[in-house]
Design a binder for this molecule. Sequence first.
Ligand code: GLC
Length: 543
Amino acid sequence: MKQTWEEEVVYQIYPRSFCDSNGDGVGDIPGIISKLDYLASLGVKILWLSPIYKSPLFDMGYDVADYYSIHEQMGTMEDFDRLFSESKKRGMKIVMDLVVNHTSNEHEWFKRALRGEAPYHDYYVFRKGKKKGVPPNNWTSMFTGPAWEYVPELDEWYLHLYDAAQPDLNWHNPAVKEEVKKILRFYLDKGVYGFRCDVINQIYKESYANGKGLNASGKGMEHYLSTEGNHRILQELYRDVFSAYPDHVVIGETLNVDIPTGERFLRDHELDMFFTFEHMNVDKALGGGIMKKFRPEKLRKVLFDYQQGVRWNAIYFENHDQLRSLPRFGNTKEYRDISAKALATLLLTLKGTPFIYQGQELGMLNAPGRDVDESLDCACRSIYKLLRKSLHIPTGLAKKMACNFDRDRCRAPMAWNEERGLGFTSGKAWLPFAEDDGTHNVASEEKSEDSVLAYYRKLIRLRRERIELHAGEFDPLDTRGSLFAYRRVSGKDSVLIMINLYAKPLALPRYLQSVHGKVLLQNYSGKLEGSLPPYGAAIIALE
Ligand code: GLC
């Protein structure tokens, strides 16, 4: 049976910034329900919701205080059930975020663990220090700084691969596995389609030996990334839970997954697809503190390697952790719309399941950088501290660098129209709006046949209609120069895709100048001739 996730497109909703129904400045579930017709008209069939659970929001919901209740700002469990049934009516399925590497420090389990209570103490990773004042090992958190926090009452340290407010669960403990299975069944029984599993290849720590290297963040990861125990757990979750729900999807957020490891996650039903990060790093230096000049050929190399190396992949260019792709890989000045469409063409014609992050279909930009003290992003604040205190980088430069890490910027509220509050809220939005203050918004783009939104709609339809595009093999054509040229092939049928991600015209190699076929979609007017215009893209059914 062909699975929905093989044919369809996923749309990521960042609920806090999607649509606010009650004027408190924060998006909520009733807001999402009010926009389901819009999502249906876009043609997406799977909606992934970033966390909506009860949480102190230290990491904006990636710190869950109760997996069985909905955050009060988001609505109620009844609202969620209604979202579910309303989506179903429109033929859309819901994917939840599953955050189980860690909980919030406000989770009941952790509060009781801190009191040394059984069985909860063993739900987390507590260890004695090496000696007084010295943590059990030298690991650093993914958000920088030591990965251990001292608890004087217990004279023990607990592990947190992220912030100290996000204590890691102890996946060696069978009780933890059973708790997670219970959570999965609770939502699957409601009819949820599946899960996007947060940092899922870090959950099983094989050992607690010191880490090597000088990493300011993630030091020690050789002991917990994609471990054998991690593979075993995912197999167990499939065996004990997912296999009972034939129509489901498990999506992994996985760090540093090379091609053989990725294939392994797919082979034994551990994951149906996974997010990699390599292509997100092509324009970064110093772990992201400095953005380098973007070179399309670098992006192509990484993408094409995965396209050829793994059976299936989650394809994305932006999300709630990554700055918007348009200013990174496209051109926000004279080629804003056409470059947004070129990137859309790439996103929706590669092999794998494409993920659209809310607003990407409009060509949305980031919010402008602001002072680190104003940022609500715990990662950004913590990185700034490292830059200043440990690396002694001067304040001005450190602030500038921290801006590149500030995830608030890509979480700017969705632009629905041009009114005050951009149709997102009638109150004061919890985060600043995108740089263009909503000039690109749903209402105005709906009016134009030529908008980025209209192009996304056409592309999504085309991808569903053409078997080559959703199920075909990937055949790279040009792997030199700066051109993206590839075919998607199904039996005797094939579709050719050509994309220019430069602000200059690009001459096509001779063998591509004389192709015979029908243009299915292109993002510029004019005939397809010997070259592609700046950011030109074309999809051609070959004869
Ligand atoms: C993932 C989430 C990110 C969060 C982190 C810790 O990378 O996407 O937003 O901060 O995990 O849960």
